[in-house]
Design a protein around this ligand. Structure first.
Ligand code: AMP
Ligand code: MG
Length: 429
C-alpha cells in the first residue's frame, strides 16, 4: 500500500501549500480502496446500498410480446396507406391469461394492456381510434403503422445479460428493476462505518450552558446529516476539547470502530490546534492548504488501530472548523471518497450549467464555491443567484441555497448572464 507521501509524489506538480481541488481528488482516488466484504440482503432492506456483483438477468423482461394499449391486435401487413381497414373480431385476450386461438387474415383480437400478443400479430390499434359495429371494426386510414403499440419480449432486459453492474448504488428504480427479475435478495457491499467528532475548547454541545467565548456545535449536525444522507453507519463521538490526551483517546476510539473518521476544527496552524500534531503522531497523514474558498486547511490520511488486523487502516479527514467550510469540503472531497469506499462506481457530483443573474468576483488560482439559488428564468433556462453573505461561518447561506456555484481554479470574474457550473444539493444536503 502506498503512503500519503508516495501518492502525493506521483501527482505531478502539486504544492502542499496550494493544492488544487482536482489534485486533492486525484490523491483521494489513490488513497481510498473500496470495502470488499459483501452480504446478502432482502431487497426491501437494500435501498441506498451498493451492488456487490454484476446482476445477470435470469429472465427476459417483459417475458413475452405484449400490448402497450387497450385496443385491437392484428397483423399490420394488412395496412395500406390512405385506406381504412375493416376487420372482424374473433376473440378477446386479457392481461394475465394466454389466449390460445388463431387469428386469420381479415380478423382481429380485442386486447388489454399487458396481454400476451399472439405470435402472428404485431400491431395494436387503440380502442379510441376505432369504429365498432357488432363484431366488425373499422380502423380509419393512417391512424397506426405496422408494429405500433407492441412491447417486445426482452425490451427492458434480456435473459443472460447484465441487468445492473457491480458498484450500482441501489435507488428506488434499481430496486424495482431487481424485483422485475423475480429476485427477492441481493448481494451488497457491507455498510461503511464513519465516526465523527468536533474539536475545539470553544465548542458547546446542545444542553450545555452558554458561556462567554463559546459557540454551539453545529458541525456535528451538518456532518452527521450529510453522512446519514449518504447511507453510512454514523458513529457520533461528540465534542473533544483541544487537549492532546483527549484527542488521542478519541482518535483511538474512532480507529477501533470505524472505516473512516471525520473531524472538524483544529487543522489550521492556530496555536491551540492540537488535532494536527496529534494526527501526525498517530498515522500517515498529509496536511495541506487547498487553493479553495471556503475551505483551505485539510488533513487527509490513515491511522491504524489495535483492532485493525493488517487492513488499510482508518481513513481520516480533518476538515476545517468553519461551518460552511466543513460542509463544502465534505461535498467536494469527503463525499466522493466515501462513495468510493462504499464501492460505488459513480462518485463525482454532476454539474449543471446555469446563467448567473449577477456579476461574481472571482480570483484565478483557487476554486470558489458560492451558495446559490438555482431557478428557471423566463426563457426556461436555468439561472442562479447568490444567497447573501458568503462568509465561511454563515450557515444561513447554506440553508437558503439549493446548490453550490462552482467557480473553477483558472476562472476569473463572472459577468451577469454568463454561464456557471452548479452542483445541486437535491438529496445530498
Ligand atoms: P478552527 O478550524 O478550529 O480554527 O475553527 C474555525 C472556526 O470555526 C472558529 O470560529 C470555530 O469556533 C468554528 N468552529 C469550529 N468547530 C465548530 C463547530 N463544531 N461548530 C460550530 N463552529 C465551529
Ligand atoms: Mg479550533
Amino acid at each position: 500500500m502506498k503512503t500519503t507521501a508516495q501518492i502525493a509524489a506521483e501527482l505531478q506538480g502539486c504544492d502542499p501549500q496550494a493544492m488544487r481541488v482536482a489534485d486533492v481528488n486525484r490523491f483521494l482516488e489513490q488513497l481510498v480502496e473500496p470495502v470488499t466484504q459483501s452480504e446478502p440482503l432482502a431487497l426491501r432492506d437494500a435501498l441506498g446500498r451498493v451492488l456487490a456483483h454484476d446482476l445477470v438477468s435470469p429472465i427476459s423482461v417483459p417475458p413475452h410480446d405484449n400490448s402497450a394499449m387497450d385496443g385491437f391486435a392484428f397483423d399490420g401487413s394488412q395496412l395500406r396507406a390512405g385506406q381504412a381497414l375493416v376487420l372482424r373480431l374473433c376473440g378477446t385476450a386479457l392481461a394475465g391469461k394466454v389466449w390460445r386461438g388463431r387469428v386469420a387474415a381479415g380478423e382481429c383480437l380485442k386486447i388489454t394492456t399487458g396481454a400476451v400478443m399472439p405470435g402472428a400479430l404485431d400491431t395494436v390499434v387503440p380502442l379510441e381510434f376505432v369504429q365498432a359495429r357488432g363484431d366488425v371494426i373499422e380502423i380509419p386510414a393512417d391512424v397506426v403503422r405496422a408494429g405500433d403499440n407492441r412491447r417486445l419480449l426482452g425490451e427492458d432486459l434480456l435473459a443472460g445479460q447484465a441487468a445492473l453492474r457491480r458498484g450500482q448504488l441501489l435507488g428506488p428504480a434499481a430496486l424495482g428493476l431487481i424485483a422485475s427479475l423475480g429476485l427477492g435478495t441481493v448481494s451488497v457491499r457491507r455498510r461503511v462505518k464513519v465516526a465523527y467528532f468536533s474539536t475545539g475548547d470553544e465548542i458547546l454541545s446542545l444542553g450545555q450552558a452558554p458561556r462567554a467565548g463559546a459557540v454551539f456545535d453545529s458541525n456535528r449536525y451538518t456532518v452527521c446529516g450529510l453522512l446519514q444522507r449518504l447511507g453510512v453507519e454514523v458513529i457520533d463521538l461528540g465534542v473533544v476539547a483541544d487537549s492532546p490526551t483527549l484527542l488521542q483517546a478519541a482518535f483511538h476510539q474512532a480507529a477501533a470502530c470505524a472505516d473512516a473518521v471525520i473531524t472538524s476544527g483544529g487543522v489550521s496552524v492556530g496555536e491551540a490546534d492540537h488535532t494536527r500534531s496529534m494526527l501526525r503522531q498517530l498515522g500517515d497523514m498529509a496536511f495541506w492548504r487547498v487553493a479553495m474558498r471556503p475551505g483551505r486547511p485539510l488533513a487527509v490520511g490513515r491511522i491504524s488501530s489495535a483492532a485493525d488486523h493488517g487492513g488499510a487502516g482508518t481513513l481520516v479527514f480533518g476538515l476545517p472548523g468553519n461551518p460552511v467550510a466543513v460542509m463544502v469540503t465534505f461535498l467536494v472531497f469527503v463525499r466522493p471518497a466515501l462513495l468510493r469506499l462504499m464501492g460505488c462506481s459513480a462518485v463525482e457530483p454532476v454539474l449543471l450549467k446555469a446563467h448567473s443573474l449577477e456579476p461574481l468576483r472571482k480570483k484565478p488560482g483557487r476554486t470558489e464555491y458560492q451558495r446559490g439559488i438555482v431557478g428557471q428564468s423566463a426563457d426556461a433556462r436555468l439561472s442562479v443567484r447568490v444567497t447573501g453573505n458568503q462568509g465561511s461561518g454563515v450557515l444561513h447561506s447554506m440553508v437558503q441555497a439549493n446548490g453550490l456555484i462552482v467557480l473553477h481554479h483558472d476562472q476569473s470574474d463572472v459577468a451577469a448572464g454568463d454561464e456557471v457550473d452548479v452542483m445541486m444539493f437535491d438529496g445530498v444536503v
